[in-house]
Design a protein around this ligand. Sequence first.
Ligand SMILES: Cc1ncc(COP(=O)(O)O)c(C=O)c1O
Length: 374
Amino acid sequence: MDVLARAHRLEAAGRRVIHMEIGEPDFTAAPQVVAAAARALRDGRTAYTAALGLPALRQAIGEHYRARFGTRVPDSRIAVTAGASGGLLLTLALYVDPGDEILVPDPGYPGYRHMVRAFEGTARPLKVSPSSNFQPTLEMVRAAWGRRTRGLLLGTPANPTGTLISKTELAKIAHFVAERGGVLIVDEIYQGLIYGSEPVTALGLPGEVAIVNSFSKYFCMTGWRLGWVVLPQKRMRDFEKLAQHLFICAPAIAQHAALSCFSKESIGIFEKRRAEFQRRRDFFVPALQRAGLVVPAPPGGAFYAYARCPGDGKRFALELLEHEGVAATPGLDFGSNESKRYVRFAYTRGMADLEEAAERLKRFCERKIRPPSA
Ligand SMILES: Cc1ncc(COP(=O)(O)O)c(C=O)c1O
């Protein structure tokens, strides 16, 4: 927030700032989706929907899993939510009782720990490092699992690192969690944005597995507030009651519009954008390294690069903004496991901006890492 506030002040004073601190796509919803939203508005399809979402949308999401992963999931296990945030909140409301512990990766998405706390649970950090691609391993989970542990929540690809957990490690963890009678919550919000490897889903893993996903990132609909979860069938009734009481339903217009996300044309647009994100990653991560920063675990998805910087990350981010007008997020926001030494760059800008940001960074690091007096 300090970086953002300073960036706004600089812009108000006429400086050009390249924003790389924002975790949302620079693309907007596909035209087909916008047209569907306009039709829904015009036709007055604006009333509450069923708490678990429009049946047609739940069906379309189920079909999406079949088309993409060849996995069948009954619509009755899918619930439409107000973004991944709504999905995570409801999932945690379902599983967390006061005093329960949920293991969360550190560094990790800050929302996880706050949401666990909202239900009077404790988020216990798992210190993840580049050696495991900033993802939990079975050994870590086993070592951290205690008497009050209720489950594990992880994201893949993850925010802030963009790294993925391997399919085999995730399966091992799922077996372990199942043996302990816990819940494995997997945040797959960046699943559509994976580069150079096949997308993976936790769907089909054994035990109590809850999957959270969203229309925010791959479908470029951040402000529409729409996502979904896939849960074990036996939890659906309780989830439905929670959804009814806490949200009534996810936004109706967004739900009607999202039906158009899965057409061949729309997926074609999203896939082109995914290729563009990959192109940006392939340019920007090496550019960071050329500038002298270390990206210790190569990002395989999302749109983030988590870079180790010389000295304190917050100071680095503030000085980079002040001297070169590039805004990045200090690692501090994502936990306390070495995070002070990191900054996160979101490559959610066009190539021209990224090239300019790379130039500015290089100039900044030349002065900072190799000061003229040194
Ligand atoms: C890892 C992760 N999970 C969940 C969210 C929440 O997304 P939304 O509520 O827009 O679907 C975000 C947003 O940045 C995120 O990065």
